[in-house]
Ligand binder design. Structure first.
Ligand SMILES: Nc1ncnc2c1ncn2[C@@H]1O[C@H](COP(=O)(O)OP(=O)(O)OP(=O)(O)O)[C@@H](O)[C@H]1O
Ligand SMILES: [Mg+2]
Length: 325
């Protein structure tokens, strides 16, 4: 078995919506794959197919070497899933929630209790173990969710937006927990809307949008692909904005965005800055403001979806407002 998870051309339709439009991905054992994408990209649908909760309309997927459609029962023995929406029973305590799952998985009462205690300690929920889950904070629920998905010692774990809604401290704590699991050799597929999260946790990243993989690679590769830095400049004279845009476009090979006299363009490295200054000087354009800054997460994502736009995908403009990565 070369891959713990391997999907090939997954298609899933819901009525008119093509939630998945040919998603392929592969995760070697013990690695963390980040699936990054905006709202509605198809992240949860991908996870649900890989978790055998829904069947793909086309394409194949193997998890732990087993086909998710034909050998779903085998796949289910290997996986753990932390869904996007909390899956714990509100009325039960932390201990009861985890024990219930242990019992469902066939553990003895004592075995289920021991496993619950171990996980409650590990996820810093020990002090809250006898409280109903409805009294937990968002971060505590997320940890209980994660603990619940680990009761059966899965070797492959799906985490669907595990940190959405968490404050930075809770998020860091959860990141540490995911890192710990990866160190223990668990294969993790993690969906997220946050580039930084994929950056922190994932060995490899696939970016999906409109049910398609639009970019993949390591975080460094993706950043290099999208420039990673942004040059901003403002000509002193408003009348020279168009001319400046032309000069910059010619030099860098991509047209800057122009917004109220401010030109913004992604650049590959900081050497672009003096080159731009020289070119504008040569063209006689006086520059008022000039700055180089790191690309925001929005811009990295925007650059990625922009690539696809140039290849002429018809769906390119839909959901643009939702692309709040
Ligand atoms: N059960 C369903 N019935 C109808 N449409 C669905 C269903 N599940 C998903 N979709 C649609 O499929 C597309 C992909 O949805 P999915 O939940 O996979 O996105 P996502 O990437 O997880 O988004 P989010 O970041 O908001 O969780 C969306 O357009 C969604 O509306
Ligand atoms: Mg989702």
């Amino acid at each position: 078995m070369t891959y713990a998870i391997r999907a090939e051309g997954l298609v899933k339709r819901f009525g008119e919506t093509r939630a998945l439009d040919g998603v392929s991905l592969a995760v070697p054992p013990g690695r963390v794959l980040g699936v990054l994408g905006p709202n509605g990209a198809g992240k949860t649908t991908t996870v649900r197919v890989l978790a055998t909760l829904i069947r793909p309309d086309a394409g194949t997927a193997e998890v732990g070497g087993h086909d998710v459609v034909r050998e779903g029962h085998r796949v289910r023995r290997l996986i753990g899933l932390t869904g996007q929406y909390a899956g714990v029973d509100e009325m039960l305590t932390g201990t009861e929630n985890l024990m219930l799952i242990g019992r469902l998985l066939g553990l003895s009462r004592a075995g289920a209790r021991a496993r619950a205690a171990e996980l409650l300690r590990r996820f810093e929920l020990w002090d809250a173990r006898d409280r109903a889950a409805k009294t937990f904070s968002g971060g505590m629920r997320r940890r209980l969710d994660l603990a619940a998905s680990l009761v059966g010692h899965p070797s492959i774990l799906y985490l669907d937006e595990p940190t959405t809604g968490l404050d930075p401290r809770s998020r860091n704590g959860l990141w540490d927990m995911v890192r710990g699991l990866a160190e223990d050799g668990v294969t993790v597929l993690l969906t997220t809307q946050y580039l930084e999260e994929a950056d922190q946790l994932a060995d490899e990243i696939v970016v999906i949008d409109h049910g398609r993989v639009i970019a993949e690679g390591t975080s460094d590769q993706l950043k290099a692909q999208t420039g990673g830095q942004v040059l901003e400049l403002r000509p002193v004279h408003e009348a020279e904005v168009d001319k400046a845009a032309l000069v910059v476009a010619e030099l860098l090979g991509s047209a800057p965005e122009v917004n109220q006299g401010l030109l913004t363009v992604p650049v590959g490295d900081s050497r672009a800055m003096p080159a731009v200054v020289r070119a504008l000087d040569d063209a006689g354009v006086a520059v008022g403001e000039l700055s180089l800054r790191k690309a925001s997460l929005d811009e990295v994502f925007f650059a990625l979806t922009g690539n696809r736009e140039r290849t002429g995908s018809p769906a390119a403009d839909e959901g643009r407002e939702e692309a709040s990565v």
